[in-house]
Ligand binder design. Structure first.
Ligand code: UGA
Length: 431
């Protein structure tokens, strides 16, 4: 079993730390946020992830996992160092590598000889080579091991991956890193660092492309009176296509897809191989967000909506996070739709199971305590996140509290059973 350090305790770093401890390794994880470290050592995860709390408790109890505020301390005793630092969107869409650069400067001389630096964060192609060149320590290997964790199911994805990708120039380091995951039954693909870095961006960009594609098809279906769910079933039955990741919605978001598609597009331009398809994927997503906003306004009927006049129409929103089972609202299409509805002069009130306080970036958004409070007095109710709680809601009660029972189900959560929608003027997306 290996001695591991994890630098950065966000959802990737923390998931990596608790799962590696669960696999039997000794893990010291570091974060610059002292209060986060204190909470983690007390067994409190700073974010909601299914299964995380249990593995955190397990690792702390059996002594294989601890958290420190000092990266150098974490690194000094370990052989494997997982760099799990944020790489947010920077200028022109390029990934901002400041956090990684700072950590490498601080730790460059501290990594023990013979140890392995593992780049887990999503980084532009060529980053591992640059890190190696700047490190100037041939006795320290630099390996790429991109993460493919979805928020909300990150622990499951870590322990049951479709594949593990390892990029390295040094066979021994690649084999040793693969050994850390020996208990996981999956294929390990070994390649160059650059290819491994490209796999990560390409995987996210492909998934985002699939979503922009199906959202575009959904808009076409609406115009030609076809049903996108039947189209997905028919297309998805083809093994080469698959119905996975083909559910239309209000647009895609989160902390990864928008920045990663933008970063890959930036990388393509700087490499002299521009990829207009990637820009179209981003444009199509913005169009979908706009389209759903417009459909909410159309559902209000022919009343004039003038952005200079605050009209009395009221919109209820169910769901603010970028998808269900996460408390993350970063780049959430729901927030953008609320912003555009408010800009059109509409009053918006929302319920999300993870939101109880007003949202700083949307101070005029009224936060409701439950789904019915969000629907109360509204002219249209729009579902923007697919929380199970909404599928289980009492729709008769919902219709009763609304001023006009109209629903735009932008996640198609009621698509399969429209009988319970009696009394509603209902529409989904792409149907
Ligand atoms: C994504 C990838 O799925 C992970 O493999 C990757 O590791 C991660 O980014 C990352 O780079 O860290 P995540 O951002 O958690 O994971 O979100 P997804 O579950 O992929 O969903 C992304 C967006 O697509 C959400 O807004 C979701 O609602 C939307 N979506 C997803 C749809 O609209 N329809 C679908 O069928 C699937």
């Amino acid at each position: 079993m290996g001695n591991v350090s994890v630098i950065g305790c966000g959802y990737v770093g923390l998931t990596t730390a608790v799962c590696l401890a669960h696999l039997g390794h000794t893990v010291v994880a570091a974060d610059i946020d002292a209060s986060r470290v204190e909470l983690l050592n007390a067994g409190h995860a700073p974010m909601y992830e299914t299964g995380l709390d249990q593995l955190l408790a397990e690792g702390l109890a059996n002594g294989r996992l601890r958290f420190v505020n000092d990266s150098a301390q974490a690194v000094a005793q370990a052989r494997f160092h997982f760099m799990c630092l944020p790489t947010p969107q920077g200028v022109d869409g390029a990934a901002n590598l400041d956090a990684l650069d700072t950590a490498m400067e601080e730790l460059g001389d501290v990594f023990p000889a013979g140890s392995v630096v593992i780049l887990k964060s999503t980084v532009p192609v060529g980053t591992a080579d640059e890190v190696r060149a700047r490190l100037l320590r041939p006795e320290v290997a630099v390996v790429s091991c991109p993460e493919f964790l979805r928020e909300g199911t990150a622990v499951h994805d870590f322990l049951h991956p479709d594949r593990i990708v390892i990029g390295a120039t040094n066979d021994r380091a690649a084999t040793d890193v693969a050994g850390l995951f020996a208990a996981i039954d999956t294929s390990v693909l070994t390649m160059s660092n650059r290819s491994a870095e490209a796999v990560k961006y390409s995987a996210n960009a492909f998934l985002a492309t699939k979503l922009s594609f199906i959202n575009s098809i959904a808009r076409i279906c609406e115009s030609v009176d076809a049903d996108v769910l039947d189209v997905v079933a028919g297309m998805g039955a083809d093994n080469r296509i698959s119905a996975k990741f083909l559910q239309p919605g209000p647009g895609w978001g989160g902390s990864c897809f928008p920045k990663d598609v933008a970063a890959l597009s930036h990388l393509a331009r700087s490499a002299g191989a521009p990829a207009p398809l990637l820009d179209a994927v981003l444009v199509a997503n913005d169009e979908q967000i706009n389209h759903v906003t417009t459909r909410v306004m159309q559902a209000l009927g022919p009343r004039p909506v003038d952005s200079r006049v605050r009209c009395e129409a009221r919109i209820g929103v169910w769901g603010l996070t970028f998808k269900a089972n996460t408390s993350d609202r970063r780049d959430s299409p729901a927030l953008e739709i609320v912003r555009r509805l408010q800009a059109a002069g509409l009053t918006v009130q929302a319920f999300d199971p993870t939101v109880s306080e007003p949202i700083t970036e949307l101070p005029e958004l009224v936060i409701a305590g439950d789904p019915y409070e969000a629907a109360a007095g509204c002219d249209v109710l729009v579902i923007l996140t697919e929380w199970e709680e909404f599928a289980l809601a009492d729709l008769q009660k919902t219709a009763e509290v609304m001023r006009a029972p109209r629903m735009l189900d932008a996640r198609n959560i009621f698509a399969a059973d429209t009988t319970q929608l009696d009394g509603f003027a209902y529409s989904g997306v792409g149907r």
